[in-house]
Design a protein around this ligand. Sequence first.
Ligand code: 2RA
Length: 355
Amino acid sequence: MTAHTGKPTLAVVGATGAVGRVMLQILSQHADIWGEIRLIASPRSAGRKLAVRGEEVEVVALSEEALSGVDVAMFDVPDEIARQWAPVAAARGAVVVDNSGAFRMDPDVPLVVPEVNPHAARSRPRGIVSNPNCTTLSMIVALGALHAEFGLRELVVSSYQAVSGAGRAGVDTLRQQLSLVAGTELGTSPGDVRRAVGDSTGPFSEPVALNVVPWAGSLREDGWSSEEMKVRDESRKILGLPDLRVAVTCVRVPVVTVHSLTVHARFEGEVTVGRAREILDTAPGVVLFDNPGAGEFPTPADVVGTDPTWVGRVRRALDDPTALELFVCGDNLRKGAALNSAQIAELVAAELGAL
Ligand code: 2RA
């Protein structure tokens, strides 16, 4: 703990990125439990000033010295930077909350969603706690609540992923492409959008404006994408269900922020929509918004900037009384990244006696 305040020192590593900026907003909105909040980024961002808790704080370059005297370090940096620097921070005494993919499946690193498996954060042999991928996080709070009562057996999921999942470059690319196609008749003949967009596909393989792209991440065995494997592997680990059957197709859509998913969830026995709705209505971190007759179901345009997991279109499967169909939306930069990291950091701070 910081000697002069008795409150823990928090480092935000990757403070200038898309998720880092949201972390600073969240830290400014949540109860002020931290002593110093140290902002750390790559050397090229050092010296910039960012606002947190109403104060301008200078960003310092990532170094061993910058990680000294830190109690909790939230990392949002590329996998290779996390792989190198998270163990350095841990060796210097910090508990690391890491939002990269570097450690999520390490058996000595817990993968934590505070509403689902908060107990897991207490056992961290490497001094690192991992934050799940934003696509997993956008659905898992609702599924964890249903699993606790019904016992999950199988998931069949399709994602509709926002471009901010690919960082600021993803957002810049969509906005640039939209400016190229706005006010045109494009989208009426094969390849016309592709020709208008040209090489401006940014981090995506295909045009994303006026399009949907059934791909996110990199190629894995047998045609699966890394993003699809993350949803499967991480759901199993968080729920403690190593044999859970999971089939996922990840799709990128022209939405700035908020990942949406359709979910077919099969349980141990028969389920009722009435009981499922009661569970979702009372689950912490979940909002049930489900009255299609009145046009009420979650959409990214309404969910963006909010904290909960929003659930609508709750139905029992027509051909399987043990299965539910759901439509789920979550802000991929908030619960999908910065908020869940902040919640984990707060769990650790409570354990350190700061709350
Ligand atoms: C994406 N889930 O949406 C990834 C980012 N972690 O691209």
